[in-house]
Design a protein around this ligand. Structure first.
Ligand SMILES: [Zn+2]
Length: 209
């Protein structure tokens, strides 16, 4: 196919590359971008390339350490996710009520105002907080343990204090919840479980080098 006939978007295929002792599959996606980039979409490595770019293997080798560490991490979390289970005993209205109370509790603690709370099933994030104080919560969180729900809700309310994910932001989270890394790993393990149940192959969390 000549360059000009190549569709700009949605043209993709899967290839493999050997990195250290691991055979790693990746998906190539051509987009109208200036520079190539790598990201993990949930558990899949995606290479986003400008049209006509053919040297992705070199790019992958340049980032092999990151790819290797990331894929080992994902394998570990996937294994962990097999030992977890989703708790379907809380219904949505119960979850909404409880979460709203927790959000109010945190808003009081952090002395901030929350304008509105919305619950929605989301495929790519646990929650969000807009600049105007409107918090959106992923309703799938109702299937997770309360400790993790609290961790997410606190994160969103804390955005009323600090917009960015900077040192100050994570410092406050750490002083309240302790081991952030363990919490994030747990959340990712549950995310893999949710993906399997609800949206195989859909959108997912992104990580870039
Ligand atoms: Zn955030």
């Amino acid at each position: 196919m000549s360059k000009s006939q190549e569709p700009i978007k949605n043209w993709q295929d899967t290839e493999n590359i050997r990195i250290f002792d691991r055979e790693i599959e990746y998906r190539k996606v051509y987009r109208p971008v200036r520079y190539p980039r790598l990201e993990f979409k949930s558990r899949d490595l995606v290479v986003i390339l400008p049209r006509g770019y053919r040297k992705e293997k070199e790019l992958l080798i340049r980032h092999q350490k990151w790819i290797f560490q990331k894929s080992a991490f994902i394998a570990r979390v996937l294994k962990k996710s097999k030992e977890l289970h989703l708790d379907f005993s809380t219904d949505l209205s119960e979850f909404k009520e409880k979460s709203s109370c927790i959000i109010e509790e945190y808003a009081e603690e952090l002395k901030v105002k929350i304008a509105k709370i919305t619950f929605r099933k989301m495929k790519s994030k646990w929650g969000s907080c807009r600049g105007d104080g409107h918090i959106t919560v992923n309703s799938l969180l109702r299937l997770l343990p309360e400790k993790l729900v609290r961790y997410i809700l606190f994160h969103e309310v804390l955005h009323r204090v600090e917009r960015r994910h900077n040192q100050k932001f994570y410092g406050i989270i750490k002083s309240k919840f302790g081991d952030i890394k363990a919490m994030e790993e747990n959340l990712l393990a549950y995310w893999f479980l949710l993906e399997k149940h609800f949206f195989k192959g859909g959108e997912a969390f992104k990580t870039t080098p």
